[in-house]
Design a protein around this ligand. Structure first.
Ligand code: ATP
Ligand code: ZN
Length: 283
């Protein structure tokens, strides 16, 4: 029995989806165009357009898939979100021409909005009690106001530079998105077991990416302050140095807070601080 996993064939998520599987120790031959088999783990990879992945997973053509949460929400298929994957981060936003005097969501009343996300946009507008027309288009949404097709756009933004280049201004964020692992809700037995093994590996990779291993030297009188700054997995490891009155402290720090932690450690008297990447981390 093998688990069929759908990933984006060619696009922003392709490379990082493959890297994630590779970091999970899954070796995928790069031969096939449509399908590839892993040689050392019971999964087959299907390369698809991201828009088709929810349907294929819901139908059981694929068992699981990796794609943007934005697409999952837009397609409204019967799939389960198993895991957030921490890459492909973006937001779905509303934007208007730079020169518009925008005064809040009600500005869109009676206006026309171009989007490739009609379902999410419609839900948002209904929730806000706004009556606007949706012009569904399949690409290059950002040019719609410039050519007179719409008054505003609802589109995926990461840096905002595409909007800026087209004379648009982001005015509302409808949702934040990142790549997710989805599954067919009916998975049972052996396939469910393979999925659990895959998720266990994904979590280890994710934890490793989000944490750093830190080593430092500290005078013994500063150890209490320093340990309070380092929660670690259980508690820091403290080893005496050859030099009397000094210790070596080892711990794990979160990637997103480690600059603040390091500032605090230096103030507390830590020296020779080393920060190393973690290859895998099992909690
Ligand atoms: P496909 O040909 O597979 O249909 P696509 O053109 O629909 O590809 P991409 O542009 O490759 O899709 O984007 C895939 C996903 O990457 C998006 O659905 C979104 O979740 C995420 N993403 C992250 N940053 C951005 C961005 N700046 N613009 C568009 N998508 C982004
Ligand atoms: Zn697509």
């Amino acid at each position: 029995m093998r688990l069929k996993i759908a990933i984006q064939k060619k696009g922003r998520l392709s490379e990082q989806s493959l890297s994630l599987l590779r970091e999970c120790g899954i070796r995928i031959s790069n031969g096939g165009k449509l399908k590839a088999e892993a040689s050392n783990f019971p999964v087959d990879v299907l390369y698809l357009r991201d828009d088709d992945i929810p349907q294929y997973v819901a139908d059981g053509v694929a068992d699981v898939g990796i794609l943007g949460e934005n697409v999952v929400l837009e397609k409204e298929k019967q799939v389960r979100v198993e895991e957030k994957l921490g890459f492909g981060k973006c937001r779905l936003s509303l934007a208007v021409r730079r020169e518009e005097s925008y005064n809040g969501p009600s500005w869109f009343n009676g206006k026309k909005i171009a989007s490739t996300y009609p379902v999410i946009l419609n839900n948002y507008l209904r929730g806000q009690g706004i009556n606007a027309a949706i012009e569904e288009i399949s690409g290059s949404v950002e040019i719609a106001p410039g050519i007179g097709l719409a008054d505003g756009v609802c589109d995926i933004v990461s840096t905002g530079s595409t909007l800026l280049m087209n004379g648009l201004r982001e005015v509302e964020t409808i949702l934040h998105s990142e790549a997710v692992l989805i599954s067919n809700p009916g998975l049972r037995g052996e396939k469910q077991t393979i999925l659990s093994r895959l998720r266990f590996r994904i979590q280890a990779v994710q934890n490793a990416r989000q944490n750093k291993y830190i080593l430092l030297n500290a005078p013994d009188e500063a150890l209490d302050t320093i340990c309070a700054l380092l929660p670690g997995m259980k508690s820091p490891t403290i080893l005496p140095l050859a030099e009397k009155g000094w210790s070596s402290v080892h711990s794990v720090v979160k990637e997103d807070t480690f600059w603040e932690v390091i500032d605090g450690l230096r103030r507390a008297g830590a020296q020779g601080i080393l920060v190393c990447p973690i290859e895998k981390m099992f909690l």
